[in-house]
Design a protein around this ligand. Structure first.
Ligand SMILES: Nc1ncnc2c1ncn2[C@@H]1O[C@H](COP(=O)(O)OP(=O)(O)O)[C@@H](O)[C@H]1O
Ligand SMILES: Cc1ncsc1CCOP(=O)(O)O
Ligand SMILES: [Mg+2]
Length: 257
């Protein structure tokens, strides 16, 4: 289990420091993830132009790379930003959206990981299994597997890359070498709106911006997602009101944690 105390501390630090989170992310979720970062107290910027990603990452507290809607120019920008972040010692969180569903996505994910090992990689079970080459049955951007099916793949990746791997799903697993933590809060409603995984990744970025221990940061972020999703689902009639309630509950989470 993840510790509860660091969650309070991390939330407070985000509110006090308002870390700038540089996102190179997909068209589907840009608005959702920027709003989620604002609701939690972080400061989002979405920037993917080759001409500016190096400047942007140099003033950011963390870099989020999300390959949801790829094109060739974006890949170049992701590689440039990742290398600059690494050179500056800035944390990187990578969301390999849909890896395994196309050759382009698989090759891009490999290039990004080789260019600069991400501090944290967060994906659903199918994505983590595809990254570790233990399965190739990603159903587009949604998972075809349960999160526990990807534990061995995540351990293999974490050992090879010496980083933290998060498998999201009904239970989230945060894996750093031999260390494994679980988060079981959340709601099935979270899989009924697009962008919840991308939101989790963006919030990991905010947590990495204020917390040097990557495992702790990822644990805090997944707890934030779980507690918020659960509270929002209780108030919601369906996916529409859930999206609105999720943001409101995220904004109010500080008092509850
Ligand atoms: N059945 C579920 N029960 C509880 N939480 C869930 C469930 N499905 C997804 N979540 C939560 O939704 C968020 C997104 O996870 P997931 O759906 O696996 O990502 P993705 O959208 O990338 O496929 C995570 O915070 C995860 O804990
Ligand atoms: C539907 C879709 N298609 C390309 S990116 C994207 C959003 C995926 O977001 P998430 O993985 O967080 O559900
Ligand atoms: Mg996803």
């Amino acid at each position: 289990m993840c510790e509860k105390h660091p969650l309070n501390k991390t939330l407070l630090n985000i509110k006090e420091q308002s870390p700038l989170v540089h996102n190179i992310t997909n068209y589907v979720v840009m608005n959702n993830t920027a709003n989620a970062l604002l609701a939690i107290g972080a400061s989002p910027v979405m920037a993917h132009a080759l001409e500016e990603v190096e400047d942007m990452v140099s003033i950011a507290a963390a870099l989020v790379i999300n390959m949801g809607t790829l094109s060739e120019k974006w890949v170049d920008a992701m590689l440039l930003a990742a290398k600059r972040a690494k050179a500056l010692g800035k944390p990187i969180v990578f969301d390999p959206v849909g890896v395994g569903a196309s050759q382009f996505r698989t090759e891009t994910a490999q290039k990004i990981i080789q260019a600069a090992t991400p501090t944290v990689i967060r994906g659903n079970a199918s994505e983590i299994m595809a990254l570790a080459q233990m399965a190739n049955s990603t159903k587009g951007v949604d998972s075809a597997h349960a999160s526990q099916d990807a534990i061995a793949a995540a351990q293999q990746l974490s050992n090879t890359l010496a980083n933290t791997i998060v498998i999201s799903g009904a239970t989230d697993y945060i894996i750093s070498g031999a260390q494994i933590s679980e988060v079981s809060e959340g709601s099935p409603m979270m899989a009924k709106v697009t962008g919840m995984g991308c939101t989790a990744t963006a919030i990991i970025g905010a947590c990495l911006g204020v917390e040097a221990d990557a495992h702790m940061a990822a644990c805090a972020a997944m707890q934030i997602m779980g507690l918020t999703g659960q509270a929002a689902a209780e108030l919601s009639l369906g996916p529409g009101s859930f999206q609105m309630n999720f943001l409101d509950q995220l904004f109010q989470l500080q008092d509850k944690a």
